[in-house]
Design a protein around this ligand. Structure first.
Ligand SMILES: NC(=O)C1=CN([C@@H]2O[C@H](COP(=O)(O)OP(=O)(O)OC[C@H]3O[C@@H](n4cnc5c(N)ncnc54)[C@H](OP(=O)(O)O)[C@@H]3O)[C@@H](O)[C@H]2O)C=CC1
Ligand SMILES: O=C(O)C1=N[C@H](C(=O)O)C[C@H](O)C1
Length: 247
C-alpha cells in the first residue's frame, strides 16, 4: 500500500516504521514545515492517508483527502464536534474515512469491558463513577479522545449519568458537579503515553479498571492495521467496526 502520512510528529514517525515493517511505502509525509507539498495531486499518489496531526488541522486535512478521493484513517483527537457534519459529507461525496480515539487493541478491549461493567453497575446505585486520564505535557486537547469514548460508553449504560464534564488538573470546575454529571479528570505528567482509569466508589469500597499504555507502539500498529482494513472499502467507519467483541 502507498501511504500518505499527515502529521509527522511523535505518532507519524512510529507509524512510518510499522508501515515499513508490514511492507508498505510512505509516499508522502506532511508536517508543518512542508505544507506546500500537501496538494490534491500529491495525495492522489497514496492508496490511503493516515492523519495524526493536530486538533486544529484534522478537519481541513480530512476535506483535502475527500477532494483527492483518498481514504483516510484519522487518529487525531480534539475535532469530534465536527463528526456528524463530516460523516454526512463523507457519505454524500462517496468518500471513505475511519476514525478512532484510540487504535490500540488493548484500549479497544477496555472500551468493551467498560460498557459491560457500566451495565452491571447500573444495578448498584450505592456506587458513583468517575474517569481519570493521564497524558504527557505536550498534549493539546483535554479530555483525551479516549476518555470521551469511555465516558460515552458509561453514559450509554449507566442511567444516573447524563453528560460528562472535564476538569483539567489545576483548573476548577466552575459549577458544582451534579449527580447526573460524569467527571473526567485530566492530569498532565511528563512522558506518560496514556493512562485511563474508571473508578466506581461506594462508602465501603472501590472498583477500578485501568489501561496503561507502555509506549505509543500499540496506537501506531493499530493505525496501520486500520489502514489495511480500510483498503477497498467505501463509507464512514469507526475503529469499533474493526472489532467484533461478543458479550
Ligand atoms: N487515536 C489514537 O490512537 C492516538 C491519537 N493520538 C492523537 O494524534 C494526534 C497527534 O499526536 P502526536 O503525534 O503525539 O502529536 P505531535 O505533536 O507529536 O505530532 C503532530 C504533528 O503534526 C504536525 N502538524 C500540525 N499541523 C499540521 C497540518 N496542518 N498538517 C500536517 N501536520 C501538521 C505538528 O507540527 P508542529 O509540531 O510543528 O505543529 C506535529 O509535528 C493528537 O491529536 C493525539 O491526541 C495520539 C496517539 C494515539
Ligand atoms: O495525545 C496523545 O498522546 C494520545 N491521544 C489519544 C487520546 O486523546 O485519547 C490516544 C492516546 O491516549 C494518546
Amino acid at each position: 500500500m502507498n501511504i500518505a502520512l499527515l502529521g509527522y510528529g511523535k505518532m507519524g514517525q512510529i507509524i512510518e516504521r510499522f508501515a515499513a515493517d508490514r511492507g508498505h511505502q510512505v509516499v508522502l509525509k506532511i508536517g508543518i514545515e512542508n505544507l506546500n507539498d500537501f496538494t490534491v495531486e500529491n495525495l492522489k499518489q497514496a492508496d490511503v492517508a493516515i492523519d495524526f496531526s493536530a486538533p486544529a488541522a484534522a478537519v481541513s486535512n480530512i476535506y483535502k483527502c475527500f477532494e483527492a478521493n483518498v481514504p483516510v484513517v484519522v487518529g487525531t483527537t480534539g475535532w469530534y464536534g465536527e463528526l456528524q457534519k463530516i460523516k454526512n459529507d463523507c457519505e454524500q461525496s462517496n468518500n471513505t474515512l475511519l476514525y478512532g480515539s484510540n487504535f490500540s487493541i488493548g484500549v479497544n478491549i477496555f472500551f468493551h469491558l467498560n460498557k459491560l461493567l457500566a451495565k452491571l453497575m447500573n444495578n448498584y446505585p450505592a456506587y458513583d463513577v468517575q474517569v481519570e486520564e493521564i497524558h504527557h505535557t505536550q498534549k493539546l486537547d483535554a479530555p483525551s479522545g479516549t476518555a470521551m469514548t469511555i465516558a460515552e460508553g458509561i453514559i450509554e449504560q449507566f442511567d444516573s449519568k447524563q453528560e460528562w464534564v472535564n476538569q483539567l488538573e489545576g483548573t476548577p470546575i466552575t459549577d458544582k458537579l451534579k449527580h447526573d454529571q460524569l467527571l473526567i479528570e485530566s492530569l498532565r505528567i511528563e512522558n506518560v503515553p496514556g493512562t485511563h482509569t474508571v473508578v466506581y466508589s461506594s462508602e465501603v469500597d472501590d472498583i477500578e479498571i485501568k489501561h496503561t499504555a507502555h509506549s505509543r507502539a500499540g496506537f501506531a500498529l493499530g493505525a496501520v492495521v486500520a489502514a489495511e482494513w480500510l483498503q477497498n472499502k467505501r463509507g464512514f467507519y469507526s475503529i469499533a467496526d474493526i472489532f467484533n467483541f461478543k458479550d
